[in-house]
Design a protein around this ligand. Structure first.
Ligand code: ADP
Ligand code: 5GP
Length: 197
């Protein structure tokens, strides 16, 4: 079966497990292209510039906005985040599928830029579980947790505009489903049109 490189978007509320799922997927598919986003938020403990994110000043971010450096960008939870066009183009030119772990505003911009992109929405089993995970991660202060939970409800309203929805209850099950989505859409037999109709 032949495969073709595709652009995938993975979105979902903060704390739902996007990062965990994408990093597990990457272990199974080392050839999967992952971009490093730019952000104006400050690094968390342990985050490294150029690896977790490109941590930029407001001015440097704005310069990239003005010069068309972003494939998409959005303000999320009070900070700006964006995907660099250069990174997406480089990976696709290498024949790699690319996964963008971005918010819903960004996901919808990507769909406009590239109608063939496959948009996957990760949902929590419940808002209570989402809160437990967000708190359990231990990376955010109370004010930030409250803002992220409030934003979660808004983001989840976009779930049905996405091509695929996966509930991240058991991590193993969700990972299997995510892998199946990549397998299906990368295979020639499962072109986007066939799968959706
Ligand atoms: P996101 O990238 O969506 O903000 P993370 O991947 O950082 O979320 O996950 C948030 C927390 O939830 C982490 O502590 C992670 O280990 C945990 N987590 C992720 N998926 C599951 C799951 N299926 N069951 C239980 N805990 C999970
Ligand atoms: P965090 O601050 O927890 O790393 O990320 C917060 C949110 O920003 C997450 O929902 C994540 O998906 C989103 N995000 C991260 N990078 C990008 C990006 O490049 N573009 C957009 N639109 N959202 C992003």
């Amino acid at each position: 079966m032949s495969r073709s490189a595709k652009l995938f978007v993975v979105s979902g509320p903060s704390g739902v497990g996007k990062g965990t799922l994408v990093s597990c997927l990457r272990e199974k598919r080392p050839n999967l292209g992952l971009t490093v986003s730019a952000t104006t938020r400050s690094p968390r403990e342990g985050e490294q510039d150029g690896i977790s994110y490109h941590f930029l000043s407001e001015e440097a971010f704005e310069h990239l906005v003005q010069t068309g450096g972003f494939y998409e960008w959005a303000e999320v939870h009070g900070h700006r985040y964006g995907t660099l066009t250069s990174e997406v183009e480089k990976l696709l030119a290498q024949g790699k599928s690319v996964v963008l772990e971005i918010d819903v505003q960004g996901g919808l911009q990507v769909r406009r830029m590239n109608p063939d992109a496959i948009l996957v929405f990760i949902e929590p089993p419940s808002l209570e579980v989402l809160e437990t995970r967000l708190r359990g991660r231990g990376t955010e202060d109370e004010k930030t947790i409250q803002m992220r939970l409030a934003n979660a409800k808004r983001e989840m309203e976009f779930a049905d505009t996405y091509d695929v929805r996966i509930v991240n209850d058991s991590l193993d099950d969700a990972l299997c489903k995510l892998e199946a989505v990549f397998d299906t859409y990368e295979s020639d037999e499962g072109s986007r049109k066939n799968v959706r109709n």
